[in-house]
Design a protein around this ligand. Structure first.
Ligand code: NAD
Length: 496
């Protein structure tokens, strides 16, 4: 049994709080650790450290910030295996998947290393005669990130490398279900030479989140998690005058056109629906069979899904691991019950999945529903488990309408060999991230990540140029020198 504390001002800081939250091992079902639910005193120390650090760090040159980020990149690469093990042991996902997720996070660090270039402003000479104008982006202040359990390294890394590169200090409140990785990420940043207090980690639950929302010294909040909490944080934090980007849940549709390469489509669906046990905001949870391909599509998915190896992360042959908690396992299994009652056809049932030696692990096997329709709860709501719903429609237009009428708008994908259809789809779907023959279209670090509708509240997506805009304030200066000033006051608005 280990205890996770906070990381404040360049070191692990033991809290006086007696309130601890449980960390389970999803593979065995056993309690393996505890994380502190921080108290007021921890929060005071946190704010003091973050505000002090901001004063110096915001004046540091972008080039020097970039050099520290470059060292951080090397340290993460060196520690990739350790980070992946920490993630898998608390989350349960396969080691390869955990490594991949750290590498995707690392790409944001690589992007942020270009900060001297990214912060270059704009300059216009002679906006009026002998008058020049320029725009710069300045750091926003102390920024905070509140993150979900499913990507304990990658999602925080969508946020803090860019915020810190821009000259802000950053407070991370990770998920209480798998908090260890955040401490390691913070330690490595200190080792890279980041000044104390620029990156702090505060642990806890809603109690801590509400303190972050209300504190006047925190200027921005980046949130990733479920839609009800995303909505709550956006509403509350904006009422305190903060800048907020709040990313929520998803129900991602993958459309299979009759002219698609079916084998590629099925492989794409299998990986995207069942990888990481479906606990990905970009997981494919709805496959839309268009025209007459439904029977063959369902048959092939079913056959391949049955060959998947559900196993602990320590097994290097594992395709998917357990769910995060017993509570979540029960929730996912209950959705399968609901789907049956609603009249969807259960082709493959992952309930009561037992793995020898890991009988108490939170495993749910791959599950497949056919004949799902748009009025069913299993279609409307995010399940966040290895449960794939197949909806059959006659035409592409019906499929597009399904995508556009759905409350969530995170990701979508179309498998087709028809360029006109794919162009129509990318133009007309109301979704933030779109794939053509790509099952999980997660944008690279130099583009931006974010959905539409109930998948994102706020005006900014994460990382890429959107990240730079989110973590900075724009300032435009207009200047002239005394010799060019005509005498006397001017009363009309200057025009050219
Ligand atoms: P969650 O909403 O339960 O928790 C996310 C964070 O919010 C955690 O740090 C948690 O401590 C905090 N929190 C939880 N309840 C709260 C409350 N009532 N008030 C204030 N704070 C609260 O999400 P989760 O279960 O950790 O993660 C899974 C969810 O995250 C899924 O819905 C998934 O789709 C979503 N997600 C979205 C994206 C995206 O990019 N859109 C990416 C990853 C995960």
């Amino acid at each position: 049994m280990y205890k996770i504390q906070n990381y404040i001002n360049g070191k692990i800081l033991e809290s006086e709080s007696k309130d601890f939250l449980k960390i389970f091992n999803p593979t065995t079902g056993e309690l393996q650790g505890e994380v502190v639910n921080s108290n007021d005193k921890d929060f005071e120390l946190l704010i003091k450290s973050s505000t002090n650090a901001f004063n110096d760090w915001s004046n540091e040159t972008p080039l020097r910030r970039s050099r520290i980020l470059a060292k951080y990149k090397n340290l993460i690469e060196k520690n990739l295996n350790d980070l992946a093990k920490i993630i898998s042991s608390e989350h349960g996902k396969t080691l390869e998947d955990a490594k991949g997720s750290v590498t995707r996070g690392l790409e944001v660090v690589e992007f942020a290393c270009g900060i001297p270039h990214l912060l270059k402003g704009e300059f216009s000479q002679n906006v009026g005669r002998n008058i020049d104008s320029w725009s710069v982006r300045q750091p926003i202040g102390v920024s905070a990130g509140i993150t979900p359990f499913n990507f304990p390294a990658m999602v925080p890394m969508w946020m803090f490398p860019i915020s810190i590169a821009c000259g802000n200090s950053f407070i991370l409140k990770p998920s209480e279900k798998d908090p260890s990785c955040s401490i390691k990420l913070a330690e490595l940043f200190s080792e890279a030479g980041l000044p104390d207090g620029v990156f702090n980690v505060i642990n806890g639950n809603k109690n801590v989140v509400d303190k972050i929302i209300a504190h006047e010294d925190i200027k921005s909040i980046s949130f990733v998690g479920s839609t009800p909490v995303a909505k709550y944080i956006y509403k509350e934090a904006t009422s305190f005058g903060k800048r907020v980007q709040s990313l929520g849940g998803a129900k991602n549709h993958l459309l299979v056109m009759p002219d698609a390469n079916l084998e590629q489509a099925v492989d794409g669906i299998i990986g995207a629906a069942y990888g990481s046990a479906g606990e990905r905001c970009m997981a494919v949870s709805v496959a839309v069979a268009i025209g007459n391909i439904g029977d063959k599509l369902v048959e092939d998915i079913n056959r391949k899904a049955q060959t998947l190896k559900v196993a602990p992360w320590t097994d290097d042959q594992a395709n998917m691991g357990p769910l995060i908690t017993l509570e979540h396992k029960k929730k996912v299994e209950n959705y399968i019950n609901i789907g049956e009652k609603e009249g969807a056809k259960l082709i493959l049932d992952g309930r009561n999945f037992k793995l020898q030696g890991y009988e108490k692990g939170f495993f749910v096997g791959p599950t497949l529903f056919d004949n799902v329709n748009k009025d069913m709860q299993i279609y409307k709501e995010e399940i966040f488990g290895p449960v794939l719903c197949v909806v059959r429609v006659d035409t592409y237009e019906e499929a597009l309408k399904l995508v556009n009428d759905h409350a969530f708008g995170n990701g979508t994908s179309i498998y087709t060999s028809d360029g006109d259809v794919s162009r129509h789809f990318t133009t007309h779907c109301k979704i933030g991230m779109v794939g053509i023959n790509v099952p999980i279209p997660v944008p690279m670090a130099f583009h931006s990540f974010g959905g539409w509708k109930q998948s994102l509240y706020g005006d900014h997506s994460m990382h890429g140029s959107e990240g730079i805009r989110f973590y900075t304030n724009l300032k435009t200066t207009t200047s002239r020198w005394p010799n060019s000033i005509s005498k006397g006051p001017e009363f009309k608005i200057p025009t050219n």
